[in-house]
Design a protein around this ligand. Structure first.
Ligand code: GLN
Length: 310
């Protein structure tokens, strides 16, 4: 028996092609990481998984793309699991109101990044993982593969290298935090791990699966294993709500009304706790570095289905 929710989701998915045709595809694909600029800007995919495992799918949803900063949610989850609440002595949980790659707050706040989703915070999380893991890259990708239930998920060496060759701001941030004693490992090792996790490639369908534990109280629905405790899933969703879109987090809350995370590859994941996980990909970015059409379509989706958390 289809539920009212699934009928609503089905209806909105059937309206997507009309909706996308009416919408301008504004914005530019990310080019500060040269390899990312090679993507076809017309791509559009979306995939939704409900908490009772129904899947809704549209467009290029099975095509892999660079998940970039969306990986920061997965690295935070792993670091929170390994380090526990002492994590919050080294990184905050407040929105930054600044661009993802901003350096200015770091000096004022003595090398403690505002939150784990701006680049400085994500680099700090990488440092925590490098401290805890024997083989950080291998162990992290293994963690991600288990979430997706797919052993082919991998880093893209081409993109990791491209970012490494141009990642001067990220290098500045790690060095800066190290000068305050808030980075414990070698700068090059932290950067290498960070560039790799940003380079992970997944499709919308895989990404929605990977993040489903956040709409299931921390449980991976594929194997019923606890990824994070229910309380920690709540906290990670709260940080997504406040910080997932950097200096556009307010706008995303205002228009879409879900915890979410974006990446400069044009991906967005949003969570409706205990209801669904939705992943979307459209490479052209707005001025704040978030997917232009992705935000518009999610606004349409939550409005039509009346399924924001507010
Ligand atoms: N790898 C990118 C960077 O460090 C991630 C940024 C993003 O997706 N917002 O600049």
């Amino acid at each position: 028996m289809p539920t009212q929710d699934s009928l609503d989701f089905q209806k909105v998915f059937s309206q997507l092609s009309t909706q996308i045709k009416q919408l301008e595809n504004y914005g530019e694909v990310a080019s500060y990481i040269p390899e990312l600029s090679k993507v076809n800007p017309k791509k559009f995919g979306i995939h939704l998984i409900t908490s009772d495992n129904q899947h809704f799918d549209y467009g290029d949803s099975q095509e892999k793309f660079s998940i970039q900063s969306i990986a920061k949610v997965l690295s935070l989850s792993m670091a929170f699991r390994l380090e526990g609440p002492s994590l919050w002595e080294r990184v905050g949980v407040e929105p930054s109101g600044n661009a993802f790659n901003s350096l200015s707050q770091l000096e004022l706040e003595h090398g403690i990044p505002r939150n784990p989703f701006i680049n400085a915070g994500a680099l700090l999380i990488c440092d925590v993982l490098v401290s805890h893991l024997n083989k950080p890259k291998e162990e992290f990708i293994h963690f991600v593969r288990k979430l997706v239930g797919n052993d082919t998920i991998n880093y893209c060496e081409r993109i990791a290298l491209s970012e490494k060759e141009h990642g001067f701001r990220n290098a500045a941030m790690v060095n800066f935090m190290k000068s305050y004693g808030n980075i414990k490992n070698e700068v090059h090792e932290v950067l290498d791990f960070y560039f790799h996790l940003c380079s992970i490639e997944m499709s919308c369908a895989q990404l929605a699966q990977a993040m489903s534990y956040l709409s299931s109280n921390g449980i991976n629905p594929l194997n019923n294993e606890e990824v994070v405790t229910p309380s920690r899933a709540k906290r990670i969703n709260a940080i997504m709500q406040l910080c997932g879109f950097y200096d556009e987090a307010g706008e995303f809350s205002f228009k879409v009304g879900l915890p979410g995370k974006s990446g400069v590859g044009g991906g967005i994941v949003a969570i409706h706790p205990e209801k669904y996980t939705i992943a979307l990909w459209s490479p052209r970015l707005n001025a704040k570095g978030n997917s232009y059409r992705g935000m518009k379509i999610l606004e349409f989706f939550t409005t039509q289905t009346k399924s924001s958390i507010f």
